[in-house]
Design a protein around this ligand. Sequence first.
Ligand code: GDD
Ligand code: MN
Length: 360
Amino acid sequence: MRLSIIVPTYNERDNIPILIKKINDTIDFTDFEVIIVDDNSPDETWRVAEKMKKEYPFLRVIRRINERDLSTAVIKGFRQSKGNILAVMDADLQHPPKKINDMVKKILAGNDIVIGSRYVKRGEIEEWGIIRKIYSKAATLLAHLFVPQTRITNDPLSGFFMMKREVIKDIQLTPIGYKILLEILAKGMFKKVTDEPIIFKKREKGKSSLGLGVIWIYIKHLFRLSWGNREIIRILKFTAVGLTGVFVNLGVLWALTDLGNVYYVLSAICGIEISIISNFLLNDLWTFKDRKKKGISYWINRLLKFNIISLPSFPMQLVVMGFLNEIFGIYYLLAAFIGIVVVYIWNFVANSFWTWKEPR
Ligand code: GDD
Ligand code: MN
């Protein structure tokens, strides 16, 4: 076995010497290489790294002149690497090098990908404030929602991971921005994935090059991946089913009240429940057909879950509407519409994560 550690760098001249020394001191096997991929940093990180090659023969340096992107730098490193096991880590010492040994062991034990995870037991983030933690959690939730393959890990946005080369052998990676692991999970060939708890350290030297612009790039990336995955199509199907439900709901209400002479409130209750059932049937047969376990007891279980999610939708919609109208003075039809959108999002998210959760 041979390990290639890819380290993308941009303005890390003070960190690189410490990182290389640490890797050298901690790795307890010999066959490995460290590939620095530097995007022509103004602080000449590449020069600092070049100078260390003599003392550390496992070190290789790639200097890219006309590109500046974390993900493509990592891919460049993959292409130039010789290992059958590939790892990616940051240069700024936020990722603990001593974890590399444990991660290799997990790969040798049969895992295809090992992810240095901040969101498992004994995992942690040292420095971030509450706001950045919330951002990160929300971004993770979106990844889990739009790219269901990422549900296999608690931390699909981690920049520290290791994998067998076979995982990416036959796929085309075309990522944008920061989240290369996301793309690997979306497209790669793997069965077993495991999380290795890490403590995401404080950045000692230099500063993060991550700004607000990356949020927009991230959303774009997510949409592209979920389009490729057909997860967007699933959302459209769910929407179409929801619309049929409106007609079923009103149709039953009208038929029972007008044709059947039933008291209209009772008809409305029937309309709600019957449309919930028809929505369930369509979603089960169509929207989520790839995601269910066979058997009547599973089916009943899903029907119950779908009901549990749908029933509070109606009061929820009213609450949102009332709130927007009474407190913010929003025109009642607009408030009602926003209420419907909120409930619709709630329905999709809850059903995607619970009723028809990705079978592991
Ligand atoms: N080659 C290259 N080109 N490297 C880059 C570039 C670039 O344009 N931008 C950043 N890097 C390098 C940095 O030098 C560092 O080694 C690593 O990529 C991570 O950059 P940071 O700026 O330190 O990012 P961060 O700490 O905010 O984000 C880290 O944590 C995130 C988890 O929330 C990264 O690991 C992200 O990938 C990760 O998602
Ligand atoms: Mn960092």
